[in-house]
Ligand binder design. Structure first.
Ligand code: ARG
Length: 457
């Protein structure tokens, strides 16, 4: 397609290093859609005859039908999806096919196709994340009052509710969805018609092609439009942060499923066995979600490094933009689906969680708070008194509420028998009823809001 000025064809190495068709064939639907929008506009503007425009458009439909039925052929000599499609079009409809590329370049074509692809990937990620949120909200609603240990430094800190813990992930995913939505709004401008780099002398209608492809408007600067891959980077950054959240959730589920914790039983369907140890049930899906996060972040890093030194406008380095985006998108979709299943179908051992919450003096803060509230002791002093009580309980190997009133009074005379009511894990979580706190009523309120936001009612 560009052989006119060459005396000799490309070497085998040139053909191999140049060919993007092995991966960019994934853009075929977007390439056909953008070409149809382009040729319709060329026809409407009188740049090609109405007859040629119709012939080309029908021909593109035929090419699409072939791709759908048989896949996209991979001929390195045709380099990429754009030339593969144009070449097949020309076989099917003859010389009229040569008019399709009027007033466009592969540079604006690939930017347009790729943007359309990324836009779809964003929408798919968002739909998957909404499903994950629904699974989290279902479990959180069922476990609004289930008590478990809350940790800082992975040391027992204060009792929390399982519903509260799960809703923390709902919030992370809500931010991920909002990042994807931001990226979508920022990218939704059409590069088509920017041509190679400088625009075109043909009387094209960029508004029309932008509208036809679901963009808000055409891009404002042709040099930027053909050399911009921010949209792919925005997607990869949002995907990285999302993968990071999924990885943290996966890590907790791995930990919770290990025998010393024993908080959850993972679904058989998302676990594997060991070929030597018959008792094993391994959380491989969660481990791979944790592993995939590293690869997704690697994809984002790869594209940033590809782009960082490129002068305006298009350089062939930019052909390397697609593999990391395709890879990240596949990994993210699988990770979202795996975590949705893990959340929906894991069984929580609520008795074990409650028991764990009673270990480790998780209600020590409640004793200190009681001293502040009921005896008007400054918090720092209350903290100190409570610390002594914990030390005594620890030396006796008992829980805080197993100390006698006498023993507690020896720590501070202002303590009376009402203190025991504050030391249970139930009282502890119920007391934390500040907005956004772990109290079951707070969790139920947040779950109700989330159900409405997700259209679950
Ligand atoms: N296959 C190329 C890519 O993915 C299409 C653009 C080629 N443009 C060019 N001037 N060689 O980036």
């Amino acid at each position: 397609m560009w052989g006119g000025r060459f005396a000799e064809g490309p070497s085998a190495i040139m053909r191999e290093i140049n060919a993007s068709i092995p991966f960019d064939k994934a853009l075929w639907r977007q390439d056909i859609a953008a070409s149809k929008a382009h040729v319709a506009m060329l026809g409407a503007q009188g740049i090609v005859s109405a007859e040629d425009a119709a012939t080309i458009s029908d021909g593109l439909d035929r090419v699409a039908a072939e791709y759908e039925a048989d896949g996209v052929p991979e001929d390195w000599d045709l380099e990429d999806i754009h030339m593969t499609t144009e070449s097949r079009l020309s076989e099917l409809i003859g010389p009229a096919a040569g008019r399709l590329h009027t007033a466009r370049s592969r540079n604006d074509q690939v930017a347009t196709d790729f943007k359309l692809w990324v836009r779809d990937a964003l929408d798919q990620a968002d739909a998957g994340l909404a499903d994950l949120q629904r699974a989290l909200v279902e479990q959180a609603g069922a476990h609004a009052g289930t008590i478990m240990p809350g940790f800082t430094h992975l040391q027992t800190a204060q009792p929390v509710t399982l519903g509260h813990h799960l809703m923390a992930y709902y919030e992370m995913i809500a931010r991920d969805r909002s990042r994807f939505a931001d990226a979508r709004a920022r990218m939704n401008f059409s590069p088509l018609g920017s041509a190679a780099l400088a625009g075109t002398g043909f009387p094209i209608d960029r508004e029309a092609t932008a509208r036809a492809l679901g963009f808000d408007a055409p891009t404002r600067n042709s040099l930027d439009a053909v050399s911009d891959r921010d949209f792919a980077l925005d997607y990869l950054m949002a995907a990285s942060q999302c993968a990071l959240h999924l990885s943290r959730l996966a890590e907790e589920m791995i930990l919770w499923a290990s025998q010393p914790f024993g908080f959850i039983r993972l679904p058989d369907a998302l676990s594997t066995g060991s070929s030597i140890m018959p008792q094993k049930k391994n959380p491989d899906a969660a481990e791979l979600v944790r592993g995939h996060a590293g690869r997704v972040i690697g994809c984002a890093t790869a594209l940033m490094i590809t782009m960082k030194g490129l002068p305006l406008a298009y350089s062939k380095d930019m052909q390397d933009d697609k593999p990391p985006v395709f890879e990240a998108s596949g990994l993210l979709a699988l990770s979202i689906a795996a975590m949705t299943g893990m959340v929906a179908d894991s069984a929580f051992d609520t008795a074990r969680m409650r028991h764990a919450a009673e270990l480790g003096y998780a209600t020590a803060t409640d004793l200190a708070d009681w001293l502040v509230r009921e005896a008007d002791i400054p918090f720092r002093e209350a903290h100190h008194i409570t610390g002594s009580a914990v030390r005594l309980a620890e030396s006796k190997g008992v829980a805080l509420d197993a100390l006698s009133l006498q023993e507690l009074k020896a720590m501070d005379d202002r303590i009376d028998e009402r203190v025991f009511a504050a030391l249970s894990v139930e009282a502890s979580v119920a007391a934390r009823a500040s907005y956004g706190g772990t109290a079951p009523d707070q969790v139920r309120a947040r779950v109700a809001e989330a159900r409405t936001a997700l259209g679950m009612e």
